[in-house]
Design a protein around this ligand. Structure first.
Ligand code: SF4
Ligand code: SF4
Length: 280
C-alpha cells in the first residue's frame, strides 16, 4: 500500500498543478455495492482493467453563474469543459508514462440536444462517479452538491488499472431541501420528492429551454446551480442570505426590466447573445 499511497499523492499533485479544484478516488467495486446504475454503465463494463476512478472537478465562479443566461456564462462553461478534457487527457498520458494503463471518459457524453432527447443518458455518469469518489451528494436539482462549490462545479473521470486508496463517500446529505432550485426553474423541470434528496427531473422542458438558449448563444441554463445555497464559495463571495433576491428575480424583472437590484446581471445578458427572453 506504501507505493500506492505514493502514487496517489503524485496523482493529486499532478491534478492540483493542472488546475483541478477537487479530486476524489472511487474504487470500481462501489458501483456494484451501491448497485444503482445498470451494469453496462459501470467502469469495468466500459473498460475491463479499471480498478479506480479518479474524478476531477473545476469550479464555476458564482458571480459569472449568476449572469445566466449570458454569453459570459456560456464561455466560462465551455472553458471549464475544455479544461477538464485537457486535464483528463494529460493525466491518462502521465499515468501511462508511469506504466499504469489508464483511460478517460470525456466530461459530456452527448453530441447534441437532439441526441439527448432520443437517448436521454450518457454512456458514463460523472455525477455518480463523483459521489462514489467522496466529492459530494446529489440534491433536488439532480446535480452533485459539493461542500466547496455546491453544484457550481464541472466533472470528468479517469479510470486506471491501479487499485488506489479510496476516499470515503460523504455520509451526510448536503442538500437542505430548501426547494429554491425547483421554485426558480423557469420551466418547472424539477419536482421535490418526499422520500428522497434527489428530485424528480423532467427532461423534455429542460431540453427545450436548452435548445432555445443554444440558438440564442446563451447555453446552458444553469439557474438550478446558480440559486443553490450550498457551497463555501458563497462565503468567499460574501453572498449568504441572497435566496430572496433569486426567488424574486423573475417577477421583479418582468415588472421592471431595469430593476436596479439585478442591473449587474441584466447588463451582461443584454449583450453578446440573442437573448430573446431578456430580462429573463
Ligand atoms: S437547467 Fe434550467 S431548465 Fe434545466 S432544470 Fe435547471 S433551472 Fe430548470
Ligand atoms: S437549491 Fe436547495 S433543494 Fe435545490 S439542490 Fe440546493 S439545497 Fe437542495
Amino acid at each position: 500500500m506504501g507505493s500506492d499511497m505514493e502514487l496517489r499523492n503524485k496523482i493529486k499533485q499532478f491534478c492540483q498543478d493542472a488546475g483541478a479544484d477537487i479530486i476524489g478516488f472511487a474504487p470500481v467495486e462501489r458501483w456494484d455495492q451501491v448497485n444503482e446504475c445498470p451494469v453496462e454503465f459501470r467502469p469495468r463494463s466500459l473498460w475491463e482493467p479499471a480498478r479506480t476512478v479518479i474524478v476531477l472537478g473545476v469550479a464555476m465562479p458564482l458571480p459569472i453563474v449568476e449572469t445566466t443566461p449570458s454569453l459570459l456564462h456560456k464561455e466560462m462553461y465551455d472553458t471549464a469543459n475544455r479544461t477538464l478534457d485537457g486535464m483528463a487527457y494529460n493525466l491518462v498520458r502521465y499515468l501511462n508514462r508511469l506504466g499504469h494503463a489508464s483511460y478517460y471518459f470525456m466530461r459530456d457524453g452527448f453530441g447534441s440536444l437532439r441526441l439527448l432527447k432520443d437517448r436521454p443518458a450518457a454512456a458514463f455518469n460523472h455525477i455518480t462517479a463523483a459521489k462514489y469518489a467522496g466529492l459530494g451528494t446529489v440534491g433536488v436539482n439532480n446535480c452533485l452538491l459539493t461542500p466547496e462549490f455546491g453544484p457550481r462545479v464541472r466533472l470528468v473521470s479517469i479510470f486506471t488499472e491501479v487499485a488506489l486508496e479510496p476516499d470515503p463517500m460523504v455520509a451526510k446529505e448536503l442538500c437542505i431541501k430548501c426547494g429554491t432550485c425547483a421554485k426558480c426553474c423557469p420551466v418547472n423541470a424539477l419536482v421535490m420528492k418526499e422520500d428522497s434528496y434527489k428530485g424528480e427531473f423532467i427532461l423534455l422542458p429542460c431540453l427545450e429551454r436548452h435548445r432555445e438558449l443554444t440558438a440564442d448563444k446563451a447555453y446552458p441554463c444553469g439557474i438550478c446551480t446558480k440559486v443553490c445555497p450550498v457551497g463555501k464559495d458563497r462565503r468567499l463571495y460574501k453572498q449568504k442570505g441572497i435566496l430572496k433576491k433569486y426567488l424574486e428575480e423573475s417577477e421583479a424583472l418582468n415588472a421592471n426590466p431595469d430593476d436596479p437590484r439585478y442591473k449587474s446581471w441584466t447588463h451582461v445578458r443584454k449583450y453578446g447573445s440573442w437573448n430573446k427572453e431578456f430580462p429573463r
